[in-house]
Design a protein around this ligand. Structure first.
Ligand code: HPA
Length: 234
C-alpha cells in the first residue's frame, strides 16, 4: 500500500486531512488539537498523524512548499489512501487594502503562474476552484467566531523570490493574496473527483509592510484557522 512518498497502510488516514505546509505545524496540530493521535507517515520527515477532534476522526499531514510538493502528497492521499477532503491551512501574503496581518482568506479560486494544469492537455485555461460545500462551512465557522475573513481568488505562485518583484499585478483583478500551493491541490481534487479547500492566514501584507506581529500573536491567529478547519472536517 505504501506509495513513493507515503509509507502508510490502507485506512491509516481519515476521510479529511488538514494540510499545513510545514511538517512542524502538522506535529503541533496533532499534539495540541487531536486526541489519541498516531503517527501514520514519516517519509522525508513529512509526518502524518491521525487522531480525533471532538470525536471525529481526522488526519493532518504537511504538504511541503510549492505546487510540485502539494501535487505529490495530495495526489497520493486522494488516489491511494481513500482521502476525500483536503483542507490546506496555510499562510499567505496579501495585496488587498481590507486585509491585514492575521486576517483569513478563504480561497474560492486559485490563479497561478505555474503550469501544473498543462498535464491535462485542455484546449483552454482551467480555473482551479475550491469545493463549494467546504467553502460555505468555512464561511459559517468564521462568522460564528467573529473572525475577520474574505472569500475570493488567490494566486498560487511558483516563485517566492521573484526577479520581476511581481505579485501586485494580480491585485487589479481582485486577487486577494499569494501563496504557493492551492492551484495544484484544486487541480488534483477536480481530476480525482474529490474535495479541497484552502484557508490562509495573512502572514504579511504587500500594502502594509509595517504590520508586524509577535510570534505569539501569529501562533494565536494560526490556531483560529486550525480550529475552523477542524470544525468543518467531515
Ligand atoms: N509569497 C508567496 N507565498 C507566501 C507569501 C508570499 O509573499 N507569504 C506567505 N506565503
Amino acid at each position: 500500500m505504501a506509495t513513493p512518498h507515503i509509507n502508510s497502510k490502507e485506512g491509516d488516514f481519515a476521510k479529511t486531512v488538514l494540510m499545513p505546509g510545514d511538517p512542524l505545524r502538522a506535529k503541533f496540530i496533532a499534539e495540541n488539537f487531536l486526541e489519541n493521535a498516531v503517527l501514520v507517515n514519516n517519509v522525508r520527515g513529512v509526518n502524518g498523524y491521525t487522531g480525533y477532534y471532538k470525536g471525529k476522526r481526522v488526519s493532518v499531514m504537511a504538504s511541503g512548499m510549492g505546487q510540485p510538493s502539494i501535487g505529490i502528497y495530495s495526489y497520493e492521499l486522494y488516489k491511494f489512501f481513500g482521502v476525500e477532503n483536503i483542507i490546506r491551512v496555510g499562510s499567505c501574503g496579501s495585496f488587498h487594502k481590507d486585509l491585514h496581518v492575521r486576517d483569513i482568506i478563504i480561497a474560492m479560486g486559485a490563479c497561478t503562474n505555474g503550469n501544473y494544469a498543462s498535464q491535462y492537455r485542455l484546449p483552454g485555461t482551467f480555473s482551479p476552484i475550491a469545493d463549494y460545500d467546504l467553502t460555505q462551512k468555512a464561511v459559517n465557522a468564521c462568522k460564528e467566531r467573529g473572525v475577520k475573513y474574505m472569500v475570493g481568488n488567490i494566486l498560487s505562485s511558483d516563485t517566492f523570490y521573484d526577479d520581476a518583484n511581481s505579485g501586485m499585478e494580480w491585485a487589479k483583478m481582485g486577487v486577494l493574496g499569494v501563496e504557493m500551493e492551492s492551484a495544484a491541490l484544486y487541480c488534483n481534487a477536480a481530476r480525482l473527483g474529490k474535495k479541497a479547500l484552502c484557508i490562509c492566514t495573512v502572514s504579511d501584507s504587500f500594502l502594509y509592510p509595517e504590520e508586524n506581529t509577535t510570534a505569539e500573536e501569529r501562533q494565536n491567529s494560526f490556531t483560529t484557522m486550525m480550529e475552523i478547519a477542524l470544525e468543518i472536517a467531515e
